[in-house]
Each structure stands twice: as structure tokens, then as C-alpha cells.
Design a protein around this ligand. Sequence first.
Ligand code: PBG
Length: 333
Amino acid sequence: MNSFIRPRRLRRTEAIRQMVQETKIQPEDFIYPLFVHNKDYKEEISAMPGIYRWDISGLIKEVFHAWELGIRCIVLFPKVDESLKTEDGAECFNEAGIIPTVIRKIKQEIPEMAIMTDVALDPYSCDGHDGLVDQEGNILNDETIEILTKQALTQARAGADFIGPSDMMDGRVGAIRQTLDKNGFKEVGIISYTAKYSSAYYGPFRTALDSAPRLNPNKKIPTNKSSYQMDPANAKEAFIECALDQYEGADILMVKPGLSYLDVIYRLNNFSNKPIAAYNVSGEYSMIKAASLKGWIDEKDVVLETLLSFKRAGAKLILTYHACDAANWLKKT
Ligand code: PBG
């Protein structure tokens, strides 16, 4: 054979490689998750080096820093005082609670930054579940939705741009959409945790918020979230969640976790016309961080390759704890 087909021609120089590059990541693709607590100091999360529980003024500075790096959206998670946790998680709709307070403050100081919230009971519940738990250990779907709609409304009133239901109760997206519309918040969007799997990769996040399911001598508490979060073995089922969330009014559909579920991202992006988001979750962050701290991998290259893979699979948006580092590296490359 005297003539090969030579794909390597398009890999020959840096200029040519840049010309034919199919996927690019940019800071605007990132949504930056931030933890906040009611203390006057920041505290590093031991299982997530480089990630903190922020005090409010430290958090505001971090939001400015993220904005300057080109990040356009953050998502907020509260570490709630133990004394405020109850079985019904009612603190989640307290207008004077930590999340509404922080949202108002950010909107005063840096109104351009888009704010996404998390809707679920786990940080506020002494049982550590996303929904209400009855004596027999059942997670009560419809009763939970009543509380979640109040939580969403409180966040919208404080100034949230996107409500992010992460609880996986059936029908919650529609109920939240209706509540927002009825109360004059037609412009507030919903980024739904559409295909959220019952995953061991959430471990570090639960230590960050001390929000894992807890044993209780007076009540049966399921030790995992598998009666509402999806089975990691199922991909077809994600289409059902996708169709429902879209029909119920979600604006952006999320797959979570990201890395072990790239196939789900790919499928949902082909199935839906809505933008897809991937959540590069806490356990994924911690694994890269731990190996980098050991000197076993190159952090920058591994992070950028990982984030690229979400986008190549079909995600437009990536929730990632690496957001600021990655934005910084992208500026310099
Ligand atoms: C709470 C919630 C979780 C995460 C986001 N929202 C944990 C869970 O469902 O147990 C996980 C995020 C991460 O691991 O980075 N509903």
C-alpha cells in the first residue's frame, strides 16, 4: 500500500491541533458549589482539601474572586447548627435562615452573579434524609413536597436565580414551578437534579454538612437514600426522570454524579433539547485532590481533562469544586 489515510496530519502542530479541537471548556461553563456556616471564621473540610465552610464575609470575597475569574453561577449549601435541626426540617423555609441571608447579601454586593440553591431537607433534618421520615422508616413523598415548595419560595424571595431540587421526590419540579409562578416568580428558573443516583461519591459532602442519615433509637431510619435516589445500574430509567422534569417545567437537567455517569449525560443530551448539567461531586474532587497531594498525578492536567470529558459527553454546564482552579489554569493556557 503506497498511500495511508493519515489522521496524524491534523495532530502535527499546536496550531493545527487547536484548529480542529472539537470541545473547549471555559469558566462560564462552571457552576461553583460553596458551603457556608454561621460562624465568623472559615474552616477547611478535612475530606476536601482546598474547600471550606465559609463565614458570610469570607464567602462574599470568594464570590467576587470567582466572578473575576469568569465564573457566572454559584450554588450554595448550608451547614446548619445542630440546635436548628428538626424532624420536619422547618428551618429550611425560615426567611431569616442562613441561606436566604446569604443570598440577599450576595445580591446586594454582586448582583450580576447567578445564584442557584439546593432544595432538600437533609442539611436541616435531624434524620439526615432529603424528605420526611415516618416511624417505620418510609420517606414521605407528597408531605415532603409541601415543605420543599416553601423552601423554594423562601429562596426565590431572597433573590435566587435558579432553584435546584436535589431531593428526588416525585412531582417536586411541577409543584415548585407552580408555587413560583403563583407567587410572582415566573422568571426564577429550575435546575433540576434529574438523574441523581444513590452514590457513594457523596461521602465527603455529607461530612462537610454533617448531613448523613443518622440512627435514632426512637425511629427506624434507612441508612441509605436508595428509596428515592436512582440505582447506579439503571440508565433507561433516567429517560423517565428526564421526560418528567422537562414536562414539569425544569429549565436545565442535571446528571449526578458526573464521572461514572458519562453515558447518562450522553444519552440525556441526545434525548432532550434542554441544556444538560453534570455534577462533578465531592468524592470525585477528593480522589483527584488526594492523588495530587501524594504526587501521584498532575492535578492541573487531570482536572482539565476530567472537566473536558463532561463537556465532550454532552454537558453544557459543570458543577465543580475545581471551578476557581480550573478557571485560573484556563486563563494561563
Ligand atoms: C443533598 C445533596 C447531596 C449532594 C448535593 N445535594 C448529598 C446527598 O444527596 O446525599 C452531593 C454533592 C456532592 O457530593 O458534591 N440533597
